[in-house]
Write a protein that binds this ligand. Structure first.
Ligand code: 5GP
Length: 338
């Protein structure tokens, strides 16, 4: 039997009775391990999204940044300390190949929340690494991923992961599905993984505030954003000085793109295919503007769903499948064209 998988545009949330007096009364907070998040939003651990400035700003806005790990351990440590030096905090990232070196250095500097981030997280290596972290330091909070199935999420939970990062192939600069033919449409992936009793991070494919509401309604506790934040002032990397009268651009790239692999590994191994792309995005001002619009949408979406908080949204959400005509109807189409 072949199952059907839904992505964000395939479903809408059905509005229901609402007794919340104002959108202001919606509570968006989540207990996230050592952190209390006021907004259910993380910035992605990509080298063109979360460095020091993004991490600080995300924390100040009520979400959290996940610092990228695509640098030497000393530079990672310096970034982490810089974030902490302004009384802000962030999550830090680990891969599985370096062993415990980066983990110990960041732990000694005060980090308590670690994101073990591997493209295909449903593997023995990731499971073993998560177990090792939890055994080495009992007071750490470990996010593990990425997975896109119930069995994958259940495996990581059984290895000790406190939170599960969900998403194989939905990312805005990701080409995994094209290169490998693998993945699960993201709303179905979130729904399946959310059957596991752990915090769920919906990572990838969120392009509008409405997508974020759907991700939360499908069972996520927080959303992780890459593309929606790309081009913001706080993202790392040079912006390209424009010719007079032209817009400014910033680089945004998948961490499995050829360019990123060349920068961090020296070269792309010839047995590997790039599973991401590098693009230029128009500079678009402070991240606060994006987050304000996002949060306004989430608050409103939650009142449409009659849900005062995220736990209620998980209970109350009713999705409906839309046809291609429904997708068209959902877009602005007031230009009078037939
Ligand atoms: P976005 O919010 O841009 O749609 O998705 C961001 C997510 O895409 C990241 O958090 C990460 O999980 C994923 N991602 C980042 N770079 C790559 C890549 O090069 N290839 C793949 N397959 N996924 C990527």
């Amino acid at each position: 039997m072949i199952r059907k998988g839904y992505s964000f545009d395939d479903l809408l949330l059905v509005p229901r009775y609402n007794d919340i007096p104002s959108r202001k009364d919606v509570d968006l907070s989540t207990e996230f391990g050592p952190f209390k998040l006021w907004l259910p939003v993380l910035s992605a651990n990509m080298d063109t999204i979360t460095g020091v400035e993004m991490a600080r700003t995300m924390h100040q806005l009520g979400g959290l940044g996940v610092l990228h790990r695509f640098c030497y351990i000393e530079d990672n440590l310096r970034m982490y300390k810089e974030v902490r030096s302004t009384r802000n905090d962030c999550i830090v990232s680990l891969g599985v190949n370096e062993g415990l070196e980066r983990f110990e250095a960041l732990y000694d500097a005060g980090a308590k929340c670690f994101c073990v981030d591997v493209a295909h997280g449903y593997t023995k290596a990731v499971g073993k690494f998560v177990k090792l972290l939890k055994r080495t330091r009992s007071d750490v909070f470990v996010i593990a991923g990425n997975v896109c199935t119930h069995t994958g999420a259940d495996y990581l939970a059984s290895c000790g992961a406190d939170a599960i990062k969900v998403g194989i192939g939905p990312g805005s600069v990701c080409t995994t599905r094209l290169k490998t033919g693998c993945g699960v449409p993201q709303l179905t992936a979130i729904m399946d993984c959310a059957k596991v009793d752990r915090l769920i991070i919906a990572d990838g494919g969120i392009k509008t505030p409405g997508d974020a509401v759907k991700a939360l309604a499908a069972g996520a506790h927080v959303v992780m954003l890459g593309g929606m934040l790309a081009g913001c002032d706080e993202t790392p990397g040079d912006s390209i000085e424009p010719a007079p009268g032209h817009p400014r651009w910033k680089t945004f790239r998948g961490m499995a793109s050829k360019e990123a692999q060349e920068d961090f590994m020296g070269a792309m191994a010839d047995w590997k295919a790039a599973e991401g792309v590098q693009i230029k995005v128009q500079a678009r001002g402070p991240v606060k503007n994006v987050i304000d619009d996002l949060i306004g949408g989430i608050r409103s979406g939650m009142t449409y769903c009659g849900s005062k908080n995220i736990a209620a949204l998980h209970r109350n959400a009713e999705f409906i499948e839309v046809t291609p005509n429904g997708v068209h109807e959902s877009q602005p189409h007031g230009d009078g064209r037939l």
